[in-house]
Design a protein around this ligand. Structure first.
Ligand code: ATP
Ligand code: MG
Length: 763
């Protein structure tokens, strides 16, 4: 198959240039990712062993999509390519090599919550003011240091850093950093940044290991190179040092992670690092209409710091860009939902053709409300992962402790959950004893009578014995059997089962869903190792998007602009275009920050293929109060000739330039009496019924859904569940009042439901 026919001349050249360093810096939608995909397929067709190819992408989802496309060209061989995010790829390598740098190979990965909880503990132990040393701030500092490869020692020896910390009255940051690192090490844990930091340490201290991977990964490709931080940059540089078959693609105009230490300097330095680099320019945007590309160009031209680029589209001119003004955030949600319904009908589109993008996660609430009221199915991307729910984390903490009893955060999470009478004082004593005796918390409780008084010793000894018994079970059983045993014997299932509130039932169901997932995992035939420990490694780096079981489901996508990078949708709504929200209030202090916000806007705009809608509200609830909002300055930066204005309430339609309109509106808002929905208090963040569980991807209940009386439900009957959709009852058991139905749902498979709580409608 001549798949190269789907490329233009420069793209083809870049694909065929397989030897030596290659850099493609080009605008959005110009086919950078496509070049990487085709390049990999081309390499394999040329006889390069897929095992020798490493592709680093921005999300695991992107890697999955790329792999699927490559498979259509080269077939099953594609599964042998190493492909994924920096974090997932190097976590995999560390699993094999961690013992060389003093970590157990089954190290735990601390997620952000674990890291912050550890920081809080340290602050308390050091009696530091948690306002001055707020855990988010401290976490950010440590993360930043790690991404710049500054160790705790170097941090404390660096005069500039010390001077800055001291002048801000935060002289203990270095000490906190050092303690944090030591505690992670002692717990056999790495945080997210460690996955890169420790990879750097490994490659630096062990030339043999470096050599091994240099030889393995003979061909390297990196997508979204503009957002790599120093730590990532150095790993890539080292791995590519022998063969120099390195191809990076990126767009300086889309660099949106400077706050996380990513630096477009990497792009600029590439030419210095590899003087004989072949640079390819891609200028044609294949994604969007001319109008959208022109708007994007006009936005980004306001940034001083950018590489010259000439992006054009040969697609149709397209419709003008719509700007909608609403009187409140709720009104905005409603107008977006209505517009989606209308556009879908007019253009015969699917729901999945639409995306709603926002600057901050909190904005999803009003959007969700609007969509739900009109029964529009949607899915939130990048939200809380299933694995970040409390009950799931609790059970996983038991698993973690079973495989790595040194894991301090897992220990603290479950030592007294479910409640077993181990109070804070006892825990503090255990922590103190561990510190004084240089032992782990678990070692202390295994030898409890030596360190604790009688009563406390008894309680913790029991807990230690349970964990030890879990270790034995885990060693000798399948992942599923071990998981079920732990869920039951820890008391966790029973505890959740006892909670008969709707939330409690939900949590219980989530645990069951986790167990189902583990069962599926233990039966996977494509894996050689299927132990519970392997399952845990698999999930440690997952985000909500990655465990999307059915990515093709027809739903509207909601996400922050940050997580929309690299994606494309026929129609895009960018909402909340207001001063202090977008650009964010935090970005108004410096040109550099404002330019980053503008790049973010550029990213958002360039996700749209056919039609772009922009909107803002003139008032919004933020931090619990109603505030008046001004339209974003970014709207003024768009040339009026590309715009079309619209209002959600019966305001006169005006065709003047946007700047005029804004001035007029501001004076109007000042005078206008506030009424109706506009003033009504927002409902508390309503639970996203459609997204609360992995189980409940996007069933839209039938209009007028009302639960039926299920006391006489019979096997074989068809039912509809509010969230799980349609299914058939395959079994009924239990006594009256506690009757349990096993239902086979079309969308999600088999589930057992307690009838008195399950909201079922007999169809
Ligand atoms: P971004 O900067 O947003 O990541 P990108 O430069 O990676 O964008 P791609 O996602 O690779 O761009 O391509 C954008 C769209 O254009 C995709 O739908 C892709 O399939 C299409 N495309 C790219 N090159 C061509 C081509 N030569 N012919 C037809 N379609 C193309
Ligand atoms: Mg891309």
């Amino acid at each position: 198959m001549d798949f190269l026919a789907g490329l233009n001349t420069s793209q083809k050249q870049a694909v065929q240039q397989i030897v030596g360093p290659v850099m493609i810096i080009a605008g959005a939608g110009s086919g950078k990712t496509r070049v990487i995909t085709y390049r990999v397929a081309h390499l394999i067709q040329k006889g390069i062993d897929p095992f020798n190819i490493l592709v680093l992408t921005f999300t695991n989802k992107a890697a999955k999509e790329m792999r699927n496309r490559i498979t259509t060209v080269v077939g099953g061989e594609a599964k042998n390519i190493w492909m994924g995010t920096f974090h997932s790829v190097f976590a995999k390598i560390l699993r094999v090599e961690a013992n060389k740098i003093g970590y157990p190979n089954n190290f735990t990965i601390y997620d952000t919550d674990d890291s912050k909880s550890l920081i809080k503990t340290i602050l308390k132990e050091m009696s530091l003011d948690d306002k001055l040393y707020h855990h988010n701030f401290v976490y950010g500092r440590i993360s930043n240091a790690k991404n710049n490869l500054i160790s705790a020692q170097e941090y404390q020896q660096n005069e500039a850093i010390q001077a800055e910390d001291f002048s801000n009255g935060r002289g203990f940051l270095g000490k906190i950093y050092e303690t944090y690192v030591n505690r992670c090490f002692k717990a056999g844990a790495m945080d997210f940044d460690d996955l890169l930091f420790k990879t750097n340490v490994l490659l630096k201290e062990h030339p043999d290991v470096l050599y091994k991977y240099q030889n393995k990964f003979k061909y390297l490709m990196v997508d979204e190179y503009q957002d790599t931080n120093f730590s990532q940059y150095l790993i890539v540089k080292k791995l590519a040092a022998i063969n120099e078959n390195l191809c990076v693609v990126g767009d300086d105009a889309q660099s949106i992670y400077a706050f996380r230490g990513a630096s477009i300097q990497n792009i600029l330095n590439f030419q210095k690092d590899y003087p004989d680099v072949k640079v390819f320019k891609l200028e044609q945007n294949y994604r969007s209409t001319q109008n959208i590309v022109n708007v994007a160009n006009s936005i980004i031209s306001n940034n001083k710091n950018q590489l010259e680029k000439n992006v054009f589209s040969a697609n149709e001119t397209g419709e003008k860009i719509k700007i909608t003004r609403s009187f409140s955030d709720n009104e905005e949600g409603k107008s977006v939902a209505e517009s989606i319904i209308q556009e879908r009908g007019n253009n015969n589109l699917e729901w999945k053709s639409f995306a709603i993008l926002y600057r901050t996660n909190a904005q999803s609430r009003s959007m969700e409300e609007g969509l739900r009221k009109l029964n529009v199915p949607y899915k939130i991307y990048g939200g809380l992962s299933f694995y970040q729910r409390k009950e799931i984390k609790d059970l996983i903490a038991y698993f973690r402790l079973t495989f790595n009893p040194s894991d301090e955060e897992a220990f603290k999470r479950v030592i007294n959950y479910p409640a077993r009478g181990i109070g804070k004082t006892t825990l503090d004593r255990v922590i103190l004893a561990a510190d004084q005796n240089e032992k782990t918390l678990f070692e202390i409780i295994c030898d409890a009578p030596k360190y604790l008084e009688n009563r406390a010793a008894l309680a913790v000894a029991d807990f230690a014995a349970s964990i030890q018994s879990f270790m034995v079970v885990a060693k000798n059983s399948t992942a599923y059997d071990a998981a079920l045993h732990i869920a039951q014997q820890s008391g966790l299932l029973k505890d959740l089962y006892a909670d008969k509130s709707v939330e409690g039932l939900n949590r219980y169901e989530n645990i069951q869903e986790l167990l189902n997932g583990i069962k599926e995992f233990s039966e996977r035939e494509d894996l050689e190792e299927r132990g519970l420990d392997i399952f845990m490694q698999d999930i440690a780096l997952l985000t909500n998007d990655d465990n999307d079981k059915d990515p093709n489901k027809d739903t509207v996508s909601l996400m922050t602009i940050h997580s929309s990078k690299g994606l494309e949708f026929p129609q895009v709504y960018i909402v909340g275009l207001e001063e202090n929200l977008f650009p964010s209030q935090m970005a108004l202090n410096s040109r550099a920050d404002l330019e980053e916000e503008r790049r973010l806007f550029y990213v958002a705009v360039t996700r749209a293929e056919k039609k772009l809608h922009l909107s803002y509200a003139t008032s919004r609830f933020r931090f619990g109060t109603l505030i008046n909002c001004e339209p974003s300055r970014f709207l003024d930066e768009i040339e009026p000739k590309y715009l079309e204005l619209e209002f959600t309430q019966k305001a006169p339609r005006e065709s003047t330039g946007f700047g005029d309109e804004r001035n007029k509106w501001q004076s109007k808002t000042a005078e206008k009496p506030i009424q109706g929905d506009f003033f009504s208090k927002p409902k508390p963040a309503t639970k996203a019924v459609l997204t609360t569980s992995l189980l409940a991807k996007a069933h839209v209940p039938t209009a007028g859904f009302a639960p039926s009386d299920t006391s006489k439900l019979q096997t074989g009957q068809e039912v509809e569940h509010e969230r799980f959709g349609f299914g058939k009852v395959i079994n009924l058991e239990g006594s009256k009042g506690d009757l349990k139905a096993t239902v086979f749902f079309k969308e999600i498979g088999q589930k057992q439901l307690l009838l008195k709580y399950a909201k079922l409608r007999i169809v």
